[in-house]
Design a protein around this ligand. Sequence first.
Ligand code: GLU
Length: 370
Amino acid sequence: MALMQYKRIVIKVGSALVAPEGQGCSGKYLLAIAGFINTCLQRNIEVILVSSGSVAAGRNHVSHGSGQPSIAAKQAMAAVGQMQMIANWQRFFDCACSQLLITHGDLKDRRRYLNIKNTLRVLLENNVIPIINENDTVATQELKVGDNDNLAALVAMVAEADALLILSDVDGVFDADPRQVYDAKLIPEIPNITKEIYQLAGGTNNPLATGGMSTKIQAADKACEQGIDTYIVNGTQAKVFLTLLKGKNPGTRFTAKGTNLTAKKRWLKTTLKSEGTLLVDQGAVNALQRKGASLLPIGIRAIKGEFSKGAAITVAYIDDPKESLIAKGICQYSSRDLARIQGISSQKIETVLGYCPSQEVIHRDDLVLL
Ligand code: GLU
């Protein structure tokens, strides 16, 4: 499928494009990238940005001798550069941009994972561009994803994007190192990421970037596994965006395994273990099966099992003596909270619990019919 046919894409922009030549943030490449994003938005394609560049942008504000800066110095650079990076993006858009700083620890924690997912959903519903970076100032090595290529792949999974577009300063994956072999050829399609493909990737030669081709291939591997097509293209070339807009592939495309939907269903159905069951009334059964709706608290009649927010749970019809499972999904509430809101309308959740993180108990995006 051509990139412009997708509904939701994650675009990863590397440090070399945000803060080229280590001279702070620049609009040199971002102008064309933002133009492309604006066209996507006009065509009703939702865009989530994963932007690097905070360390590179903050570099000149933190003294650091001539060698590699210390971790603390890099974290300080990120603290300075992050706001400059976000401000730099905002100037290219009429709609609002937002900042999400996350770490691997956040993505591993079920509740925080769900919160990130919900926040992204609401931002996109409100036509706000989410701009994500790793929270470099707080993340210690073991809590980090470490590079934004892999972070972008994880974000694409959380956001259930259809495609991941990695913008770099190289054209894509070559059959030999183009810096050394003059007739190295660009590989336009990679249907399977094999050991040989990994071997084609060297590290980075840009002192301001963290990843290189190998982290990009890791990201493509992760994303394709989850049904997300991945592209690596050269974001320094404005003509690359024109090619993408024409529905062509100017770089390297990695083809996803199966569709996003089947990958998600497989994950929900098979990988996630159910921790409880909600018994629901006929109205809820109809809403789920016939209207593709979300599950609301009003239809819940009984709760089986103890589980926390973010758990996978199943749904069955209360008057079915066999309790055949009709759906499975991710629950927005713990079993304790659910016991207090079952049978009430969503408008009353806040009065009963004192907070209302979600009107739905299982959002339709997180639900599969069985
Ligand atoms: N989070 C880092 C930054 O903003 C970038 C990591 C990467 O380029 O992969 O500078």
